[in-house]
Design a protein around this ligand. Structure first.
Ligand SMILES: NC(=O)C1=CN([C@@H]2O[C@H](COP(=O)(O)OP(=O)(O)OC[C@H]3O[C@@H](n4cnc5c(N)ncnc54)[C@H](OP(=O)(O)O)[C@@H]3O)[C@@H](O)[C@H]2O)[C@H](O)CC1
Ligand SMILES: [K+]
Length: 494
């Protein structure tokens, strides 16, 4: 259980196997599977009516499976309501089961149908309903499907609007991976929220996700992860100050690092800890870095390495150490890493600190580690593709191997701890794709850990808060215009 986050804010993310189980249980209760397909189609139809003018042309791309079946029934509903709808048929073999029943309905009302290849010449600014592939897709889309997906994305770039049925075609609903994927303005996903929509490439292809439960059976199945939506930060202020508090109430963060050439990383991390509300923040670094840090932010305490040992910057063993930003891989960094381990304080470990963790045994305090997929691959001794193809498992393996709370960074981040359901946080923010974003994250997470005693809570709230502030910052400054340290000014903006 995560401190401060009510269960209502954490929603379940499921894999395809769980969806199939729920589907089968629902069909058994209802004694028929077609009514659920009809409810799916009606849900899509309602969203289109709500979002798009009835004068806009609508294209339905329908595959041969049940995802295509949903699309076929949507075309029927739209046609009956007077929309200008054309269905492009991408089935490669005769339809069967529910998909065939849907097709017979379409034939009965004479919806205009064209072969899928004709879509490649379609150039109107339309609403496209993507019903090519759903949770039954196997592997990458075939070449002809990939061409349809590319053309759909091209139309969207030129003013189209795309709604994906259940899953954007080309996206693996379990792993969030894919080569050619539909970019959907809206994804109407059925029964439960699916893990692949929320991790890896999923969030970048699903601009808005709506879950339609379709009155499915309510089974208590294991969740792959929980999801903490950004909306949590609309009402939750992570570093609330209380009237009767003092600086000691909010803990102490000590950033150790910033070797020659990398001073900025340690400066950003310490500044982030201060802005995120740690009671006191100290930076232990090279003299030149300390000078620059104090010029930027005199509220931190700067300790030149010439003045003493790293331990001198702690305030008792409840201090939080940040180790990694600007640590470097030279002898200086190695010494600092060994010295930090000896202090036995709770430690947030990132960047070069993770490289050292892979080669040295950590006998220090409790750890939060914050690898990106490349660092995770290195720490686990596997390839980056293996990490990306199962981010949840990679995060869990790291948590177990290093006995740490893990923030596996990506478009969204996966937070894992042994014995806890992993949590996915965040939403795409291209402005974060630059050096320094991770340094700022470590400072924010350290500050959160200084006032929430629980590491998992600090990691979840810290990672989500960093992402939320970054999105607000990018909205004002632009993805290219924002510097990582500038997101700190948005930590308290509602
Ligand atoms: N009543 C219900 O069953 C409901 C189903 N819903 C919707 O159904 C889909 C899942 O449907 P399913 O038929 O299991 O699978 P899909 O339609 O997603 O995919 C199967 C078809 O796709 C072809 N396929 C598979 N992989 C590829 C690929 N890599 N490239 C191209 N084509 C591919 C496959 O073709 P074959 O030649 O292999 O037969 C099938 O034609 C679910 O997502 C929902 O949308 C609703 O939940 C409502 C109730
Ligand atoms: K689809």
């Amino acid at each position: 259980m995560i401190e401060r986050i009510g269960q209502g804010h954490l929603t379940g993310l499921y894999d395809v196997a769980a969806v199939r189980q729920i589907e089968q249980a629902s069909f058994a209760i209802e004694g028929d599977s077609f009514p659920m397909m009809e409810r799916a189609a009606y849900a899509i139809y309602r969203h289109i009516c709500h979002r798009q003018p009835s004068t806009r042309p609508i294209v339905v791309l329908a595959g041969g499976g049940n995802n295509g079946g949903d699309g076929v029934l949507v075309a029927v509903l739209l046609h009956e309501a007077g929309f200008d709808v054309t269905l492009f048929d991408a089935a490669k073999r005769p339809r069967t089961g529910d998909a065939l029943l849907a097709w017979e309905k379409l034939r009965a009302v004479n919806v205009p149908v064209q072969p899928a290849e004709a879509f490649l010449a379609y150039d109107r600014s339309a609403v496209v309903v993507d019903a090519l592939l759903g949770i039954g897709a196997l592997g990458h889309p075939s070449a002809d499907f990939a061409a349809l997906i590319d053309h759909c994305n091209h139309l969207r770039q030129s003013g189209g609007w795309t709604l994906a049925v259940d899953v954007p075609s080309g996206l693996n609903a379990n792993t969030g991976s894919g080569s050619t994927i539909i970019e959907a303005d809206m994804v109407v996903t059925f029964i439960v929220d699916k893990i692949g929509l929320r991790i890896n490439k999923g969030p970048a292809c699903c601009h808005e996700i709506v879950i339609e439960s379709l009155q499915a059976a309510d089974l208590d199945l294991p969740q792959c992860a929980h999801f903490l939506a950004r909306s949590f930060f609309r009402t939750f202020q992570p570093c609330t100050r209380y009237g009767d508090s003092h600086k000691g109430t909010y803990g102490h963060v000590a950033v150790l690092g910033g070797d020659h050439g990398f001073g900025g990383a340690a400066i950003m991390s310490s500044e982030a800890a201060a802005r995120a509300g740690a009671g006191t923040v100290a930076l232990y670094s090279r003299g030149v870095t300390i000078g620059a840090a104090l010029c930027r932010n005199p509220s931190i305490m700067g300790f030149d390495e010439a003045q003493g040992e790293p331990g001198s910057v702690l305030r008792g063993n409840s201090s939080i150490i940040v180790l990694g930003p600007g640590l470097g891989r030279l002898e200086w960094g190695h010494r600092l890493f060994d010295a930090a381990a000896q202090l036995h304080c709770r430690t947030v470990l990132d960047a070069d600190g993770l490289r050292l963790l892979a080669s040295k045994h950590w006998e220090g305090g409790e750890l939060i580690i914050t690898p990106h997929p490349g660092e995770a691959a290195f720490l686990l001794g596997i390839s980056i593709d293996e990490v990306l193809n199962d981010l949840i498992s990679a995060a869990e393996q790291l948590a177990q191997k290093y006995r740490a709370v893990v923030i596996l960074k990506g478009i969204t981040s996966v937070i894992a701890k042994q014995g806890e359901v992993p949590v996915v946080v965040g939403a795409p923010c291209p402005g974060l794709a630059r050096g320094g974003s991770g340094d700022v994250l470590t400072g924010i997470v350290a500050a959160c850990w200084a006032y929430y005693q629980d590491a998992f809570t600090a990691a979840v709230i810290g990672a989500g808060w960093h992402n939320d502030a970054a999105i607000k910052c990018a909205q004002e400054k632009g993805d290219i215009g924002m510097f990582p340290q500038e997101l700190l000014m948005y930590l308290q903006k509602s």
